[in-house]
Write a protein that binds this ligand. Structure first.
Ligand SMILES: [Cu+2]
Length: 244
């Protein structure tokens, strides 16, 4: 028997907002009827969770979400689920993002097939219920302390290519406390990068890679610019570092 899926009256999930509605009993479990069943479990060193059983009627994903403020939080791991039923499904998750309670959500592979697109591959909803189930990580207290120390010192690396007249990528996002490593290269002429809020300037020469790093020690949105006059579009050659 599968467990009844959990239902929150008002959860914003991407663009989908479920307004309050009564719960209805899931129909009897049939092969391919969307369902998911997960038990409370401890997380081992391999960072794998086990989904007891799941089934679906279209190519799907099982996504593991944080439970954040009583609602669905970010996805911290996922795996594909083919049409039909499966059991003992393994999902590798990001250990540093585990909350004491997690939520396994069935999502249809609606966008590009075989590519998990959290904004497009929305949850499976049957009878106004999202097919999902909450479960607890029983050993959460044992490793959160150790992980929170690690998380504060994460090294986050970005390869940034400068060219007339843009940086690619032009927006990078990190967490406060991260050591941000930028590998800078130019695909045409000489440029530079200047991040005044972090006291950084560095030349970027064509066909060379320069590595700089700094600690993102404050939350905010910070501009970076090219500091080397490089042609008519030079003034518009900017980017943004978002520290959350
Ligand atoms: Cu420039």
């Amino acid at each position: 028997m599968r467990k009844k899926t959990t239902f929150f009256p008002a959860i914003a999930l991407g663009a989908i907002v479920l307004l309050g509605a009564g719960c209805s009993k899931p129909s009897p479990s049939a092969m391919g009827t969307p369902s998911i069943s997960v038990s409370n479990q401890s997380l081992g060193d391999n960072n794998q969770l086990t989904i007891k059983t799941a089934s679906t009627d279209q190519e799907s994903w099982i996504a593991i979400h944080q439970k954040e403020n009583g609602q669905l939080g970010p996805v911290i791991g996922y795996t594909s689920l083919s049409v039909g039923a499966a059991s003992k499904i393994k999902i590798t998750i990001d250990r540093t993002k585990v909350s004491p309670t997690l939520i396994a959500v069935l999502r249809y592979d609606r966008g590009q097939k075989g590519t998990f697109e959290p904004d497009v591959d929305g949850p499976v909803i049957k009878n106004r219920q999202v097919i999902m189930q909450e479960f607890n990580i029983t050993n959460h207290a044992d490793f959160t302390k150790e992980e929170s120390v690690k998380a504060a010192g994460l090294r986050t690396e970005f390869i940034i290519t400068a060219k007339q007249w843009s940086f690619s990528p032009s927006v990078i996002k990190v967490k406060k406390g991260d050591t941000v490593v930028l590998k800078l290269t130019s695909s045409d002429v000489k440029h530079s990068i200047s991040i005044p809020d972090f006291g950084i300037t560095a030349e970027i020469k064509p066909k060379e890679t320069k590595t700089i790093e700094f600690v993102a020690d404050k939350v905010g949105t910070f501009k970076f610019i090219c500091g080397m006059p490089c042609g008519v579009g030079h003034m518009g050659m900017t980017g943004t570092i978002v520290v959350e």
